[in-house]
Design a binder for this molecule. Structure first.
Ligand code: HEC
Ligand code: HEC
Length: 415
């Protein structure tokens, strides 16, 4: 069965990624191997961790993300990747494309707490924006996939996302003359190879960056780029509110894992479909029987190495482009940046006093901040400086199917 195959693959990746266990209080050797793995992929993000003893300063984002030597960028490849990103035929029932859950008009994400899922499901996590995703050393809320090339198939094939099968997706591409031509041009394929579809999509994603934000302009020397309110917010961010401890460096993320107290999704208590997906994902990710039956909250980074101390931890997300990517957190618990700031101000509790389902691993860096209303306003204003203009894009016209052989050729073949 498909699920079983998937379980195997996910288990394998969970094992190979177990060494990435970067977390608070982790020993130095693990920390080093985490950095080693990072530097292989992204210099950008490493700068966030290693440039100071304590905390790296906020920094401008480089214009281009690191490009892997075995998947160089070219205009033709990016153009092909763009078509494929918007093409629902790279999925199970040809109804759902990458852009369905990463909609340019919804911050290149999906504007609901839990993402929409494959027809008949809801996803179990909040959809992430893919803006700047090329700068990350890994993908997903738990950083569980090491590259965009590896991420794309896991999305197109994952049971609650694209739910596609390689053979049918390859057959579809092959029956589209325009794709045959483009794969030949870009990769030299006589017939499209599915692996190259993922490489083209990754190349397209690496063009979706935002480096022109008020904060970047300020950090590059334009002292008028931030308003007075935002400057006061910046001082709070770096001082009293302590955000910089985790949101630092060019991405405003140290790429570490924390449980900051986000309460479990309320849809897991109320919405049958969401409960089904949650249990399904627990099983697919290789949880033990007990966790499968009893867990009430997302174990997060736990699945990377099955370490209890990782329960409920998630990768510090970038704060870039968040003006357009509400709702926030791995399960979309908060709908506005104001709510997020209130949550931190209360020491990691929502307005009903709810907090993480894994209290033992909650970070001791998260504590009540005692911010005044004015300070909260300033902080929110500063968070808005991490975003520039909205990046919009029209859906391209997708190429059409055509028979692979003419009737004459088929008749000829039968003789
Ligand atoms: C059904 C909805 C859905 C579809 C379809 C989908 N995604 Fe996603 N995507 C998500 C969700 C939800 C997450 C976060 C998942 C997690 O952390 O477990 C995500 C995460 C990502 C990330 C990680 C970003 C980061 O900050 O780490 C990338 C990159 C991405 N998707 C690209 C794609 C591509 C490429 C496709 C098409 C091949 C695709 N997605 C299809 C919902 C979807
Ligand atoms: C201990 C590390 C840490 C500190 C300190 C911290 N954050 Fe976070 N932040 C995180 C993590 C981890 C997440 C994701 C948590 C989750 O989804 O469960 C997050 C999520 C966010 C998000 C949501 C981003 C998105 O795309 O959904 C915003 C906004 C944010 N933090 C702002 C702040 C602000 C403002 C402060 C200071 C008041 C702050 N953070 C302090 C680690 C931290």
């Amino acid at each position: 069965m498909k699920t079983l195959m998937k379980t195997g693959a996910l288990l394998a990746s969970a094992v190979s990624l177990a060494i990435l266990s970067g977390c608070e209080g982790v020993n130095a050797r693990q920390e080093e191997s985490f950095k080693g793995k990072l530097s292989a992929v992204s210099e950008t993000a490493v700068a966030a961790k290693s440039s100071t003893k304590g905390v790296a300063p906020l920094a401008p984002l480089p214009d281009s993300p690191p490009i892997p030597p075995d998947n160089k960028q070219s205009d033709a490849k990016v153009e092909l990747g763009k078509l494929l990103f918007f093409d629902p035929r790279l999925g199970g029932d040809a109804s759902i494309s990458c852009s369905s859950c990463h909609d340019p008009a919804q911050g290149w994400a999906w504007a609901e707490d839990l993402s929409r899922g494959y027809p008949g499901t809801v996803h179990w996590r909040n959809s992430q924006s893919i803006i700047n995703s090329g700068h990350y050393p890994g993908s997903f809320w738990a950083n569980s996939v090491p590259s965009l090339e590896a991420q794309a198939p896991s999305a197109a094939k994952g049971g609650v996302a694209g739910n596609g099968e390689n053979d049918i997706m390859t057959a579809r591409l092959t029956l589209i003359p325009e794709y045959r031509k483009r794969f030949k041009e870009v990769f030299g394929d006589d017939y499209p190879r599915i692996k190259n579809a993922w490489r083209a999509i990754a190349a397209f994603e690496r063009t979706l960056n935002q480096t022109d934000t008020p904060l970047d302009r300020y950090l590059k020397g334009d002292k008028n780029a931030l308003t007075d309110e935002q400057l006061r917010g910046k001082a709070l961010f770096e001082g009293k509110a302590g955000c910089i401890q985790c949101h630092n460096g060019p991405l405003a993320s140290n790429m570490e894992f924390y449980n900051i107290g986000v309460p479990p999704s309320q849809r897991w208590e109320e919405d049958g479909l969401a409960q089904i997906t949650f249990r399904f994902e627990m099983y697919a990710k290789g949880s033990n029987e007990e966790l499968y039956r009893t867990a009430k909250a997302d174990p997060g980074a736990y699945f990377r190495g099955k370490n209890k101390w990782d329960l409920g931890k998630f990768r510090t997300p970038s704060l870039r482009y968040t003006l357009y990517t509400a709702p926030y957190m791995h399960n979309g618990a908060f709908y506005t940046l104001e709510e997020v700031v209130d949550f931190y101000d209360r020491g990691g509790f929502d307005e009903e006093g709810r907090t993480t389902g894994w209290p033992k691993t909650k970070s001791n860096l998260i504590k009540p901040l005692g911010l005044t209303d004015d300070e909260k306003t300033d902080l929110v204003a500063f968070l808005e400086a991490f975003s520039g203009e909205e990046i919009l894009m029209d859906k391209p016209v997708l190429p059409e199917y055509a028979p692979l052989f003419t009737l004459e050729e088929l008749k000829e073949a039968k003789k």
